[in-house]
Write a protein that binds this ligand. Structure first.
Ligand code: NI
Length: 262
């Protein structure tokens, strides 16, 4: 069984006489300008038959508050001129957190969310590797239609999605890349570079287009969310060298998404 706990906090000094809590404001909360972060801790283990617990989440909260947050604050303050990279901070807290995991709970994943749209992930098994997931968006029109089928057949399969003049979506794309951070820069690849490549190869090509009519990717295939996801994978695969493309997820709506890993 795997269990994940999200701990919310800011990298500010702990105010005296405040009690830890894991609410929306996080703890320590901050009224001052300080990074607000989320850390998702995933553990694996056996569920206790009596309590139904893999481990008590209070112990996970405590591990993050007592060990990870002070380390992150310290790392951030040590070199204020350059700041620590998210990759460095993430790798810095793995071992100390492993050491304080409750009995029977093996730390297998850490996800540090720097913004609602940007996450840094470590997975057990490849301790040198860090993954970055960044969200993007584009608006486009499409029509689901098979030319070799009758109008009636198309309506039966695709319903209103086969409307002759198309319809639109606000697509959200999550791109995950992974590799070993550069020893000198402390980064896997800058978020700026990641964004530039995705913008050039995907967003600028698909945004505000009619996918069937304007984009060669869908000259032969229906621009379903599955095919859009694969087309984006093909456009990005190999583009981040030496960093590897790990996953592409595309949300057609908040209720429907497709994922492709090659
Ligand atoms: Ni649609």
């Amino acid at each position: 069984m795997e269990l994940t706990r999200e701990v919310r906090f800011s990298l500010t000094e702990v105010a005296a006489n405040t009690k830890p809590r894991n609410s929306w404001a996080g703890w320590p909360a901050s009224d001052r300008l300080a990074p607000y972060l989320l850390l998702r801790v995933t553990v694996r283990g056996v569920v206790d038959r009596r309590t139904g617990y893999l481990c008590n989440i209070v112990t996970l909260d405590r591990a993050v508050r007592d060990v990870a947050i002070p380390l992150m604050r310290e790392t951030n303050q040590r070199d204020l001129a350059n700041g620590a990279t998210h990759e460095e901070v993430l790798r810095h807290i793995i071992r100390p957190l492993e050491d304080v995991m409750p009995e029977g709970a093996e730390l297998i994943r850490l996800e540090l969310r720097a913004t609602p749209f940007l996450a840094y992930t470590w997975n057990k098994g490849n301790s040198e590797m860090v993954q970055i997931t960044q969200s993007f968006e584009f608006a486009a029109a499409h029509r689901l239609h098979c030319a070799d089928l009758s109008d009636e057949e198309n309506r039966r399969i695709f319903g209103k999605c086969t409307n002759p003049n198309g319809h639109g979506h606000n697509y959200v794309v999550e791109v995950t890349v992974g590799g070993e951070p550069d020893a000198k820069s402390g980064m896997l690849l800058g978020v700026d570079r990641l964004e530039r490549i995705v913008n050039e190869r995907v967003i600028d090509v698909f945004d505000h287009k009619h996918l069937n009519l304007d984009c060669a990717d869908f000259a032969e295939t229906n621009p379903s969310v599955e095919n859009i996801t694969r087309a984006i994978w093909n456009r990005l695969n190999g583009a981040f060298d030496p960093v590897t493309l790990k996953k592409v997820r595309v949300y057609e709506t908040p209720k429907t998404y497709a994922e492709y890993c090659g």
